[in-house]
Design a protein around this ligand. Structure first.
Ligand SMILES: Cc1ncc(COP(=O)(O)OP(=O)(O)O)c(N)n1
Ligand SMILES: Cc1nc(C(=O)O)sc1CCOP(=O)(O)O
Ligand SMILES: [Mg+2]
Length: 209
């Protein structure tokens, strides 16, 4: 079945979800209504990465959500799940050829429609633009404006992901301008409890009703 690419896109962050928070907080986001969950881990610890990604794949399956692996085609291929690639993370076309037609593959397009043209031509399932606001997680990411969303929506049929400093306050403006999904780390997972994550996820998800 093709994944519905609309709604809350939760992205994990290893430092933020240390001390045993990864699985309970990820599950809370899924219970709250996140439709996509990205495993974003920048460590080189292959054993832990495989363990964690496998556990997240089971959680996503249980909650009817789609798991996306950041950066790592081999891990995505091993688990048979989705993949997100940035501009320096390898060929999107090669990833599509390897993972097959049905798997969700996303591409980072920063604030450039030309990058989105390439991503679509190479088989991206969604195109991601950002950063729209100040980001706690990635403050140095190139900045994008909301006007870009108008242009992207007019030009592309593919679902559009908005990322970077997205909060419950600013997400409605992104959705109104054409974002099919909002990708969130800090405003979702920088929380004192799993219950708080669940409440925040539910509030993000309700913005798409
Ligand atoms: C949904 C989504 N959009 C953009 C990114 C950023 O990808 P990238 O530019 O490769 O940066 P890293 O996340 O790898 O630091 C993303 N991960 N997810
Ligand atoms: C991983 C990432 N990529 C970005 C981009 O603009 O491409 S912004 C970003 C960080 C998103 O985290 P937060 O919700 O905490 O700002
Ligand atoms: Mg990357």
């Amino acid at each position: 079945m093709t994944a519905a690419l609309r709604g809350l896109y939760a992205i994990t962050d290893t430092p933020l979800l240390a001390d045993g928070k990864l699985l309970p907080y990820a599950e809370a986001a899924l219970i709250g209504g996140a439709r996509l969950l990205q495993y974003r881990d920048k460590s080189g610890d292959a054993v832990r990465r495989l363990d964690e990604a496998q556990a997240l794949a089971e959680l996503c399956q249980r909650h009817g959500a789609t798991l996306i692996i950041n950066d790592d085609l081999e891990l995505a291929a091993h688990l048979g799940v989705g993949l997100h690639l940035g501009q320096t993370d390898g060929s999107l076309a090669a990833a599509r050829a390897r993972l097959g037609a049905e798997v969700v593959i996303g591409g980072t397009c920063h604030a450039q429609l030309e990058l989105a043209e390439c991503a679509v031509a190479e088989g991206a399932s969604y195109i991601a633009f950002g950063r729209f606001f100040n980001s706690n997680t990635k403050p140095g990411a190139p900045a994008a404006t909301v006007e870009l969303l108008d242009q992207a929506r007019a030009r592309f049929a593919q679902p559009i992901v908005a990322i970077g400093g997205v909060t419950l306050d600013n997400a409605p403006g992104l959705i109104a301008r054409g974002a099919s999904m909002v990708a969130v780390i800090h405003a979702l997972f920088a929380a004192d409890s799993a219950l708080e994550v669940q409440d925040r996820a539910r509030a993000f998800a309700a913005l798409f009703d």
